[in-house]
Every structure is written in structure tokens, then in C-alpha cells.
Ligand binder design. Structure first.
Ligand code: SAH
Length: 368
């Protein structure tokens, strides 16, 4: 048993079963044993790899997207560039480097990072040391938002805790983490049905309630609708709402059982993009997308960027660049990054359609 599992067993003995959201929150954010609180989980030696760690082109295209958006906003003299859950700081580093090509953009910005993990804050500080900005860190998104803002979050929503409910003959009952007869962590259902959910579905259906993610989307939407700007959310998940258990645990680049290694495995869920868009609309923003990561990055000029970088690279570097960029837009199967990952922007409704979402008006992409 992991140290956190021992603590959770004691907690459940004292207080009863935990909601799935409380279990997730403790696994990821427990001050001492939480997954993100004690380690840097990224890269080949870690548990998983994210898009900015796969290819510099990802952050560069998003940096150009942000600089273009700043121009569309009328080039405000002061802009907050806010990243939620910045990991190693790689995405921000690549965005800032690419943003240099747009005159005035870098001078207008202050960089704000919302990060709960002290280990990753330290890592972000190191990564961004040479980038010529002095980032400010915040514990919560509410503290990071003021004035015109561009907000970016890659693989953050998937880490936000959600609750689960299962439809039984007695109604929707909450899925809980309790103990089995041997005292091990096990899933069960609440004794009492949840009366607040009125959703028709086949018996046995599992419904997820991503309250923290919906709240995050609404906070971003309310802010940009009032103060100007947009939030860009990139994550894995479905464009349409569905039923089903999406909770998954990952360790050393493979899936493990979600209750097996609390605190030692990454715990994530799939993002329900239709509901995120709806939360943004209800809070007064316009929703652009969701589109697939493939469509978004190709519309932003991924091929052209790779070709331009390759001209200045050695043959080995060019091959690595092409392999990394190709992985980001691969869409042969449902689990390939280009297809599984979706992109949604919640924007000030006074802005026109944002770059990357205007898919139908683009010419065929030239293949380098
Ligand atoms: N965006 C990065 C990292 C993704 S991993 C990348 O693409 O590589 C998730 C990140 O979100 C980590 O930095 C983690 O510490 C942070 N995080 C997790 N829960 C958070 C929360 N509630 N608020 C802010 N950051 C959080």
C-alpha cells in the first residue's frame, strides 16, 4: 500500500466512503503524498508526456495564436498571459519565444501562472529564467485574472476532480470509494439515491459531474466577456456529451487501476467539451470549437512551421521535428493525439472567429 492509501483507509474508517472527487483531489493534491505535489511526472523517465514536451512547434503555434489574438483585441497596452497548470513551463517558454515576432506583444504582457504544486513551480521558474519575463504565481485562477487576458490550459481540465453517479432501479446513486471485506480500497454505491439528478438513461449508465472543470470554464468565460480576451482549453475528451466512466490512472506510460496506487499514479478523466462550451456560453462568452487538435494545429500552420524550422536544421534534427509534429496531429485512430485531443476557446463575444477555428475558409495545407 502507498503511504496515501494507508491514510485513505484510516480516513474512510473514521468518516465513511469518499466521493470520487474527494478521492481524486487527495490523490493529486494531498499536501505531502499528492501525485503532483511531490514530483515532476513528465517525460520519458516519468509517467506521461504532453504535447509541449513532444514538440516545440505546439507552443510556438499557440504563442502566435495568442499574439494574433492580442492584435484582434486592438493591441491593449497591458495584457495578462495566464497559464493554468503549466507543468514544466515548456509551453509558456515556447509561446514567449514565438510571440517575439509580433512587434509590441512581448512588451504588453505580464505572465501569470496558476499552479498548485511547489515542485512544478520551481521547475517552471527554472524553465522561464532565460525568457526575459518575471512570472507571477497564483494558487487559484481567481487571483490571476484582471483586465484583458489570454488564458491557456493544456491538460489541466483532465486533472480536475469530478463526481460519478450510476443509474440503478432506485435512481441515480453516487459512486464512492470505500473499503472491501479485506480492508482494501474498493468502489461502491451510496445507500441513498441522489434526488437532484433528473436525467433519462439506460439502467447501469454512469454519469460524470465535472463541477470543478465547469466552474473553471465559467470563471474564464465571465472574465473574458467582461474584460476582453479569450481562454484556450486543450485536452483529451469527447466533443459530445456521453455516459461512461472515464477515470483512468497512469504510471510509467501505462494504465493502472485507479485505486491501485493512490498518490503514485496520475489520475485523470476525459473532458466533456460540449458541457464546457455550454458553461462558457451560459457565463456570457462565445464558444469557438471544439475542434480536433489536428484541425487546430494544421489550421495554424503546423506544416509550414515544421518546414521553416527544418530548413535551418541538420537532417537528424529535421527528422526529430517531423516525427514530433506528426505525433501531435496523427488521427488514424480514436486514441491518436490529433483525434483524441480537442481544442475549445471561450472568448469575448465582441471578437470575430478566432484563428484555428475558421476551418472551412482555409485553403488546403501545403505539405512540405
Ligand atoms: N500544461 C502542462 C502540464 C499538464 S499536467 C503540459 O501540457 O505539459 C497538469 C498540471 O496542472 C500540472 O502542472 C499540475 O501541477 C497542475 N494542476 C493540477 N491541478 C491543479 C489545480 N487545481 N490548479 C492549478 N494547477 C493544477
Amino acid at each position: 500500500m502507498t503511504p496515501l492509501a494507508q491514510e485513505l483507509v484510516r480516513l474512510i474508517r473514521d468518516e465513511g466512503p469518499l466521493s470520487v472527487s474527494r478521492y481524486m483531489a487527495l490523490c493529486l493534491g494531498h499536501p505531502r503524498h499528492g501525485y503532483y505535489m511531490k514530483q515532476d511526472p513528465f517525460g520519458a523517465a516519468g509517467d506521461f508526456t504532453t504535447a509541449p514536451e513532444i514538440s516545440q512547434v505546439f507552443g510556438e503555434l499557440i504563442g502566435l495564436w495568442a499574439a494574433t489574438l492580442w492584435r484582434m483585441m486592438g493591441e491593449p497596452a497591458a495584457l495578462r498571459l495566464v497559464e493554468l497548470g503549466p507543468g514544466r513551463g515548456t509551453l509558456m517558454q515556447d509561446m514567449l519565444r514565438a510571440g517575439k515576432v509580433v512587434p509590441g506583444f512581448r512588451e504588453a504582457l505580464t505572465v501569470h501562472l496558476v499552479e498548485t504544486s511547489p515542485v512544478l513551480r520551481e521547475r517552471q521558474k527554472q524553465t522561464l529564467a532565460a525568457s526575459g519575463v518575471a512570472p507571477l504565481w497564483h494558487e487559484r485562477i481567481g487571483d490571476a485574472l484582471a483586465g484583458p487576458a489570454i488564458i491557456v490550459a493544456n491538460e489541466l481540465l483532465d486533472a480536475l476532480p469530478l463526481d460519478q453517479f450510476v443509474l440503478t432501479p432506485e435512481g441515480w446513486r453516487e459512486r464512492l470509494v470505500g473499503l472491501d471485506s479485506e480492508g482494501q480500497l474498493a468502489f461502491g454505491l451510496s445507500a441513498e439515491p441522489e434526488t437532484k439528478i433528473a436525467r433519462a438513461a439506460p439502467q447501469g449508465s454512469l454519469l460524470e459531474q465535472p463541477l470543478a472543470a465547469l466552474d473553471m470554464a465559467a470563471t474564464v468565460a465571465r472574465h473574458v466577456a467582461a474584460a476582453g480576451g479569450a481562454g484556450l482549453f486543450i485536452d483529451y475528451g469527447a466533443a459530445q456529451t456521453g455516459f461512461g466512466d472515464t477515470l483512468q490512472a497512469m504510471r510509467r506510460h501505462g494504465f493502472v487501476a485507479p485505486l491501485a496506487d493512490p498518490g503514485d499514479a496520475d489520475l485523470t478523466v476525459h473532458v466533456d467539451f460540449a458541457r464546457m462550451a455550454q458553461a462558457g456560453l451560459s457565463a456570457g462568452a462565445a464558444a469557438h470549437g471544439p475542434v480536433t487538435q489536428r484541425d487546430f494545429l494544421l489550421a495554424l500552420g503546423l506544416d509550414q512551421r515544421v518546414a521553416a524550422l527544418s530548413r535551418r536544421a541538420t537532417p537528424e534534427q529535421a527528422a526529430t521535428l517531423l516525427a514530433g509534429a506528426s505525433r501531435l496531429v496523427e488521427a488514424g485512430s480514436e486514441t491518436d493525439m490529433g483525434q483524441l485531443f480537442k481544442v475549445l476557446a471561450l472568448a469575448d463575444p465582441r471578437l470575430p472567429l478566432l484563428p484555428g477555428f475558421d476551418l472551412h475558409r482555409l485553403p488546403e495545407q501545403a505539405v512540405p
